[in-house]
Design a protein around this ligand. Structure first.
Ligand code: 5GP
Length: 193
């Protein structure tokens, strides 16, 4: 079996992580692509589950070894990337890969995998709501928060480059719609893999 890729992208705070977690509980044949990052581990996060937390040196080494399918300096000085080995690990288990990744990374994967991938943009109600959510999280220092907000504002303009725009105005509705999208995409057999 050749696996598929389901890509969830959105500005930080749009709710994509919650939707992705919901889908992982709903579809046992999906598995989460654990990205590598140089950012510091936050409170509840687990290495090898949420991310592979690695040093900048190790990240740069992996770039040189061409181990990434895509990578980016998502925030100033902080790298995130999808390891080729991660996608292969999941496909080898007979599962499809689901991604929680930023907008540029998402579009990069879509360009690379074409019909094999479904790229979903999660749209928050407005930039104002997004700012409220990011501020309420209380996980970031003020300058980091300002950087996330600037990036979110820019990313909102990329929505129409995705296969689908999923509005997350109400979480339960968005989760149901996401289930339908994934179920339709996984049952499609007419794509050339
Ligand atoms: P956070 O620091 O909030 O966990 O993630 C910051 C941003 O980086 C989020 O938009 C997240 O989806 C994105 N991200 C996580 N992993 C990757 C990755 O492998 N590649 C890219 N391009 N972005 C990623």
């Amino acid at each position: 079996m050749k696996g598929k890729l389901i890509i969830f992208s959105a500005p930080s705070g749009a709710g994509k992580t919650t939707i992705v977690h919901h889908l992982l509980k709903t579809f046992p044949n999906l598995s989460f692509s654990i990205s590598a990052t140089t950012r510091e581990q936050r409170g509840e996060e687990v290495h090898g589950q949420d991310y592979y937390f690695i040093s900048q040196e190790s990240f740069l080494h992996k770039i040189a070894q061409k181990e990434f399918v895509e990578f980016e300096e998502v925030y100033n000085g902080t790298f995130y990337g999808t390891l080729r080995s991660e996608i292969e690990r999941i496909w080898a288990q007979g599962k499809h890969v689901i991604f929680d990744i930023d907008v540029e990374g998402g579009l990069h994967l879509k360009r690379k995998y074409g019909e094999q991938a479904l790229a979903i943009f999660v749209q928050p109600p407005s930039l104002e709501v997004l700012i409220e959510r990011l501020t309420g999280r209380g996980t970031d220092l003020p300058e980091k928060l300002a950087e996330r907000i600037r990036k979110a504002d820019k990313e909102l303009k990329y929505a129409d480059k995705f296969d689908v725009i999923l509005k997350n105005f109400e979480l339960e509705t968005a989760c149901k719609e996401a289930e339908q999208l994934v179920s339709d995409f996984l049952s499609k057999t007419d794509i050339l893999l």
